[in-house]
Design a protein around this ligand. Structure first.
Ligand SMILES: [Fe+2]
Length: 158
C-alpha cells in the first residue's frame, strides 16, 4: 500500500499537519468575517484609521485562507468550504455588532495571539512531517501576526 501522498510526504506524519491546517482554515474564516464586521461597524474618532487597517487585514487574510486551503488540497485532502463546517471546528468565536473600537481592537489582538499558538503548533507538526511548504506557511503567518499584535497593542495603550 502507498504510504506517501502525491507530493511525496508520508501519510501517517502528514495527517496531523492536514488536521491542523483544517483547524486554521476554520479559524481564519471566522476571523475574516469578524474583521469585516469591525471594518463596518466601529465608530468614533478612530474610525478612519481602523476602518482602513481592518480592510488591509482582511484582504491579507483572504490570501492566507486561500493558501491554507490549497495546501490542504496539495497534501491530498478536501478543505471545508462551508460556514456550517467551519463553526463546528473553529475556536475563534463569531463577534457581531461591535461599535467600540477598543473592544474590536482587543478582540483582534486576542484572536491573533490564539492564531499564533495554532501556527506554532502547525510548525512543530510540519517539521515532524518534513513538510517544508507548510513550515513556510506557518513561519510567514507568525511573522505577519506578531507584527499585527505589536501594532495593535501599542495602539491600545492609553
Ligand atoms: Fe469597505
Amino acid at each position: 500500500m502507498d504510504t506517501k501522498n502525491n507530493v511525496g510526504l508520508e501519510l501517517n506524519v502528514v495527517n496531523p499537519v492536514i488536521a491542523k491546517l483544517n483547524d486554521i482554515l476554520a479559524n481564519y474564516q471566522v476571523f475574516y468575517t469578524n474583521l469585516r464586521g469591525f471594518h463596518w461597524n466601529i465608530q468614533g474618532d478612530k474610525f478612519l484609521e481602523l476602518h482602513e487597517l481592518y480592510e488591509e487585514y482582511y484582504n491579507e487574510l483572504a490570501e492566507k485562507i486561500d493558501e491554507v486551503a490549497e495546501r490542504i488540497v496539495m497534501l491530498g485532502e478536501v478543505p471545508a468550504n462551508s460556514f456550517s463546517e467551519y463553526l463546528k471546528s473553529a475556536k475563534v468565536a463569531e463577534v457581531s455588532r461591535v461599535f467600540d473600537w477598543r473592544i474590536g481592537a482587543s478582540n483582534v489582538v486576542e484572536t491573533l495571539q490564539f492564531l499564533l499558538s495554532e501556527l506554532r503548533e502547525l510548525y512543530r507538526l510540519a517539521v515532524k512531517a518534513g513538510d517544508q511548504a507548510s513550515i513556510s506557511l506557518a513561519v510567514h503567518g507568525v511573522r505577519s501576526f506578531e507584527k499585527k499584535v505589536w501594532v495593535l497593542s501599542a495602539y491600545l495603550k492609553e
